[in-house]
Design a protein around this ligand. Structure first.
Ligand code: PFF
Length: 458
């Protein structure tokens, strides 16, 4: 017999959990540098467009599926599709993606945790700019230290999820997501006082056509996908803790809008800081760990600014990592009747162990020849595998399933349950059937280099 399923305690709790899952390293770490590489304003506009027209509809679809089935991702597909092997595979794909993302996500999150500690120790004192940014290279090359933080981060995440949906996930999201938003607002207000503020502001909002490439649009779509945590069953799992009276389209709209506001605040904060000290926008992934500490060290109140920023990053990462662990453990609970405690423990040990080679990617300790064989580090191999293939394919399967395979009446009824936005039904269905799948297929073709849209449009 199914055990009584837990549900979210309040709508706000769910919104904060969904927002927490969305706002993570993707928003704080990837969004700014990808914006930098794609010329700023127009890219941001494209990101907003993709979030609302492709991300949010798919977000709604995942929540609907989960709420309908009241199961984890594999259980949802097998229940609704009468045990079809293909659709169950789509579910397992989601579990695999979550597991793989967690394995390397917690390495980067562990570095953030390390930077909180470093900031509290004022590690930047009496060091030149070069020495400060070099700290990160030393850290990445120190296997033991990286593994220590990776372990600590995984353990903290697991401890939070261990307590269940309401007392664990919802409770911690309320605390951390709201603190994150407040901290971000405080830091943004502070950034207005910086001399580079307007330059940063312009950079984020001014659409510069000359730097925008056709591939930037797909890049924006991929990013919208990753930040909204789509394509791997996170929202199916979160939806399974919703009640029929909850308003899914409205909630999705709120989460999408809040995500955009938070991403823009993060980008403004980061760019005004780096422009104040004459750094360029295109600093790549090293932006957060190499450039920002140098910038913070020169600001008045460095201790406060640097510590708050890295705290913010850790909170963002924790609230995004919780659902990753939950997706995997919810399956063990649903499918094999495991207790939550056992499921979370097994998941955490698995993610930690599989993450070890990622943590040691910049060293020669394990898989020393990986780079020579595969052409990139273990970390990048897994990261690319997930972002280029697994997430888009997962999203594609979800959209095709709900748009073309699941009975129209079931989808219609579930869409209308609990919402007053029933008039969005037709446009939403059209997007699910056509726009979302076509958009995703284009991303897959572009990122796997089968086509080059820059070439097609030049
Ligand atoms: N949305 C998170 C971010 O932008 O960092 C990343 C993420 C978290 C992706 C959880 C997927 C997920 F299930």
């Amino acid at each position: 017999m199914q055990k009584q399923r837990e549900h979210w305690g309040s709508r706000l709790g769910f919104i904060l959990a969904a927002l927490g899952s969305a706002v993570g390293l993707g928003t704080m770490w990837k969004f700014p540098y990808v914006t930098g590489q794609n010329g700023g304003g127009l890219f941001v506009l494209m990101y907003v467009f993709c979030t609302f027209f492709i991300g949010v509809p798919l977000f709604v679809a995942e929540l609907l599926l989960g709420r309908k089935a009241q199961r984890g991702v594999v259980g949802t597909f097998s229940l609704l599709s009468n045990n079809s092997v293909i659709w169950k595979t789509a579910g397992w794909l989601g579990v695999a993606s979550s597991f793989l993302i967690m394995s390397f996500y917690s390495v980067v999150a562990g570095w953030s945790l390390n930077y909180v500690f470093l900031s509290l120790n004022q590690f930047y004192l009496n060091r030149s700019a070069q020495e400060i940014s070099h700290v990160f290279d030393v850290l990445a090359a120190s296997g033991d230290i990286t593994i220590f933080w990776h372990l600590l981060f995984t353990a903290i995440t697991a401890a939070m999820v261990y307590r269940g949906v309401r007392q664990g996930i919802e409770y911690w999201n309320k605390v951390m997501t709201s603190t994150l938003v407040i901290l971000l607002i405080v830091l943004c207000i502070y950034s207005v006082t910086l001399s580079g503020f307007w330059q940063g502001f312009d950079f984020v909002f001014y659409p510069d056509l000359s730097k925008f490439k056709a591939s930037s649009a797909l890049e924006a779509l991929g990013l919208a996908f990753f930040t909204l945590s789509l394509g791997q069953g996170v929202m199916i799992t979160y939806g399974s803790y919703m009640r029929r009276e909850d308003d899914i389209p409205k909630t999705a709209g709120i989460v999408g809008s809040m995500l955009i506001v938070v991403s823009m605040m993060a980008a403004i904060l980061i760019f005004s800081s780096i422009f104040t000290f004459g750094f360029g926008p295109q600093e790549g992934p090293g932006l957060v760990f190499k450039t920002l500490p140098v910038v913070f060290a020169q600001l008045p109140g460095a201790l406060f600014i640097s510590t708050s920023f890295f705290f913010l990053l850790v909170f963002a990462a924790l609230t995004s990592a919780m659902p990753l662990v939950e997706v995997v453990s919810a399956n063990f609970m649903d499918l094999y009747g495991w207790s939550r405690h056992k499921a979370v423990l097994v998941t955490a040990v698995g993610c930690f162990s599989f993450g070890i080679p990622s943590a040691l990617s910049s060293t020669d300790i394990v898989f020393a020849n990986w780079r020579q064989i595969y052409g990139k580090s273990f970390f990048d191999t897994i990261n690319d595998l997930v972002s280029i293939w697994l997430l888009p394919i997962g999203g594609l399967m979800i959209s095709i399933y709900i748009g073309w395979f699941l009975s129209r009446e079931v989808v219609y009824e579930e869409f209308h349950a609990g919402t007053r936005l029933g008039y969005l039904w037709r446009p939403w269905l059209f997007f699910m059937r056509w726009v979302v799948p076509v958009g995703i297929i284009l991303i897959i073709l572009q990122t796997s280099s089968v086509i080059d849209v820059n070439h097609l449009f030049s």
